[in-house]
Design a protein. Sequence first.
Length: 325
Amino acid sequence: MSRRATLLAAVGSALALSPLRSTPAHAATPLSPGLPRRPYVTSPREAGAVYDAHTATRRYAEPLNAAVDCAKGTGGAQLMATFVTRSQWGARAPRDVSTSITPGQGGVVVHHVDAVKVAEPSHADCAAQVRGIQAFHMDSNGWSDIAYSHLACVHGYLFQGRGENVRTAAQGTTQGNDDWYAVCALTGGTTGDYDVITAGIVDAVRYGINRLRVSGGAAAAITGHRDHHSTDCPGALYGRVISGELNPSGGPLPYPGVSFRQPPATVHASVATWQYRMNSAHGFSLTVDGQYGPGSDAACRSLQSRRGLSVDGVVGPATWGATFA
Ligand SMILES: [Zn+2]
Ligand SMILES: [Zn+2]
């Protein structure tokens, strides 16, 4: 069965089995007496990345009217994910909405939830997980809303977060929140023990990035949270950022639209992505700090020389392409 047919069949069977709920359960709903109150699982290195383990109740009804939503990604790749609107997942209203974001100067940052596994085996539990994250961000962190622009689950659904044209609170830096959207994968873990990255979540992340570009004016750059802030986030997904697999049209990672040069040193999160790749794929030992200083310039000239490019110490489209090819 095709993926679309599978999804439609799943929606159809859910319709046949479950009555439509007019008022989805909210995370704020008190727990039944006798249910254990388990603590939030948080990672000290990942401000804003939280997972409320107790919210995975069985009471949530599947968002029955979620649309199977197809789009052409940049470059024409067909993307298909099921988009779950805020009302469908039972979001609380934001306390405040800031449109002070300039994503044409940044792009999209990929996150995960935590350094422990969090992916729900059953999609019926994903909406409650998203409500738990929103409740933690609003009630414990005091933020105006769930931090992320969108959230993707391993079952191929994209949950609407703050959405397009709204400033995020996810990146841990003012510059990151000023210029970058945030897509959070509902996965976690550490190296060697990470949630399975399904084709569905890759498609959903790509769909989210495509939405943020088409409807939200995001620049082409895709970075991992670790390119902005001292964190392991997005864990095992970072390799997929670097490979370009999370790009709506697939790899390699697209040129961010900003040339790196010095002096003065270009400061941009995509410089960190580039420095990481120069170390991991080309044998350099650069400090990954997002600042294009003399060491980065020298490494750039070395790579340009090796690849027969003009040696000018500037990372433009050709040198970026040689770095990520
Ligand atoms: Zn993160
Ligand atoms: Zn799911």
